[in-house]
Design a protein around this ligand. Structure first.
Ligand code: ZN
Length: 331
């Protein structure tokens, strides 16, 4: 999560590398854009506040650069700022946007531009909502809404190295990230979470397409690939950070969680003690925890704990695996 200090560093010391670069002449942009889009994005214009319906639009999806189509923001990070310009708390990736010091109009501000094509987007301010505290104040004209079918699900089932390794193999799952949820401090570190004092659980956030895999199936897989009957413990890992937990995002999901737990209960001798809690915030884990199994398959913990788990999972859920994984499961 970017904080104001990161933005200041980017503006002063240089911006993160973009994934790709798009360069066109003003004449070329003029042919591709409406006059208003050209004025805002290429000539650093500002639209009138309250001039776009995008301010009051909060449906799921993503927002892309109107010039080059690069994804810039997720609707989940959009908030009502009352300013009359669409406002976001974080970009979709840390290198999506570049930052320039702007001293025009007798003010010192930080201008935001698309890091791919240098389109002027608006400015960013340090007065946004917690926990990041940023407010990306955007020209609606510089953005276009991209419909997206993607949904997110957040679970904890012990060490996130294991749970991440499992869900990465599923068809319909486009991304799995490790992090911390359900605690009581902002931006916890791994060390703080491991102390068991912050209340966070080690969790994974699964990005999936509900047309390819249902929320109920994700829950069934989650409940079959860890032990949901041991309170605050998975095997040798003990502490509330290893608790079995499902974070739902709306009442409909809560109902599905309850019904899938009811359906799975007979498969276990002991009562399922999985916590069911509303999702509030995911703090991404440090980079070295991401793709841990893929990057550390030779390590002792992976071979002793994760390998057997994956083998069992592949046998149980063969039909749900990505095609590239099915071949491996047959070997
Ligand atoms: Zn762009």
């Amino acid at each position: 999560m970017l904080k104001w200090i990161d933005i200041v560093k980017f503006a002063n010391n240089g911006n993160p590398m973009p994934t790709e670069k798009v360069v066109k002449t003003n004449e070329e942009w003029q042919r591709l854009l409406t006059p208003e889009q050209f004025r805002i994005t290429r000539l650093k214009g500002t639209e009138r506040s309250f001039s776009s319906e995008m301010c009051s639009l909060f449906e799921p999806g993503k927002y892309a650069c109107v010039c080059c189509g690069t994804l810039l923001f997720d609707a989940a990070e959009k908030f009502e700022s009352g300013t009359g310009w669409p406002s976001f708390t974080q970009p979709v990736t840390e290198n999506a946007i570049a930052y320039n010091k702007d001293v025009s109009h007798g003010m010192v501000r930080v201008e935001t531009v698309c890091n791919t094509c240098d389109a002027h987007l608006g400015h960013v301010f340090p007065d946004g909502p917690k926990p990041g505290g940023l407010r990306y104040c955007m020209n609606a004209v510089a953005l276009k809404k991209v419909e997206s079918n993607e949904r997110k699900a957040t679970f904890g089932g012990g060490c996130f190295w294991c749970t991440e390794a499992v869900f990465t193999l599923l068809k319909g799952v486009s991304r799995v990230e490790s992090g911390y949820s359900g605690g009581n401090i902002d931006n916890p570190t791994y060390r703080e979470v491991c102390s068991g004092m912050t209340g966070h659980a080690e969790v994974i956030e699964v990005t999936y397409d509900p047309d390819e895999i249902s929320y109920a199936d994700l829950l069934r897989i989650h409940l079959s690939t860890h032990n949901p009957t041991t309170l605050n413990r998975q095997g040798a890992d003990a502490g509330t950070q290893y608790r079995s937990v499902i974070f739902y995002r709306n009442e409909k999901e809560k109902g599905i969680v309850q019904s899938v737990i009811g359906e799975m209960q007979p498969a276990y001798g002991d009562p399922i003690v999985t916590e069911i809690a509303p999702f509030e915030q995911l703090y991404k884990a440090e980079a070295y925890h991401q793709d841990y199994y893929a990057n550390n398959a030779e390590q002792g913990y992976c071979q002793a704990v994760i390998d057997p788990k994956l083998k069992k999972f592949k046998e149980l859920f063969k039909s749900k695996l990505k095609d590239t994984q099915k071949v491996k499961a047959d070997e």
